[in-house]
Design a protein around this ligand. Sequence first.
Ligand SMILES: C[S@@+](CC[C@H](N)C(=O)[O-])C[C@H]1O[C@@H](n2cnc3c(N)ncnc32)[C@H](O)[C@@H]1O
Length: 285
Amino acid sequence: MGMNKVWSEYVQGIMTLYLSRKLRFDDAFFGQYGNVFQLDPEAKLKILEIGCGPGALAEALHGWYPNAEITAIDRDSGFISFAQKNIPGVTFIEGDATSLPFAEHSFDVTISNTVQEHVEPTAFWGEQKRVLKPGGVCLCLSARRGLHCQAPCTEMTKEEKEFWEGIPQTESELEKYGVCRYPMTEAELPASMEENGFMDVTTGYAVIDLTPDARKYPPQMAELMIEAKRQNDLEAIKSSHHEYDAKVLDAINAKYDERLRLYHEGIKQWDTSVSLTMIVRGRKG
Ligand SMILES: C[S@@+](CC[C@H](N)C(=O)[O-])C[C@H]1O[C@@H](n2cnc3c(N)ncnc32)[C@H](O)[C@@H]1O
């Protein structure tokens, strides 16, 4: 087994991805996904998730489609060992989306979330087509632009500002790892699926509204929204692989401790993070 931890150590940390996706794939939003997926919730489907990261989507699918047999693959060993340890009921495998370690006609469904833009399209679609059974369904989820509005208490602290201003631009580093090498617009994505041989292609959108103060969300969910942001900010510092002072982490923790306190005291902030996920569905002929 290889030891590829580039993504989990340099690009996005384990908790950043796991918690943000745990929210994005909360049961509260299943109706929106399920409408476009059009999968029989009772069927014994064989589902393959490509580029599963730390596994939050696979975990959600396991709950939504209890009779399905779910396999999930990612090339990052840090994500795969986290998922194997923490998510029961799903088979997690380390491997590459451009040469899937499965025979042709193995799966009823392939699915991925925010992976297409990182993988060469001919291989991305071609490999899914190869492992799908005839008539199998390919689902490609893609995060589009969101709306974000912060609470004053969680704005970037001077400690964080100093840290980020003190390190060189990281954009070229991300390029080095092939991050977002194949971006597609909302029009290009379904067209690319069709060009690569999928039929009956259709699109839909899920709107994921994360507003801790909204009454529809129970406290546990609101707390998770705040914790997800805390982990995002903490792991961003660590993933930069530049030296940092513990004071930066303390400052981040203090912001989110304060946000939690305000939440529990009922002092509303109405900070919100709304994300839009495009869902493209196609069928192998
Ligand atoms: C933006 S992350 C999304 C992870 C996960 N789907 C989620 O939503 O949390 C992109 C993922 O694709 C994986 N990835 C990128 N290229 C890959 C490839 N060629 N084969 C397998 N996984 C790949 C990365 O390791 C990373 O986990």
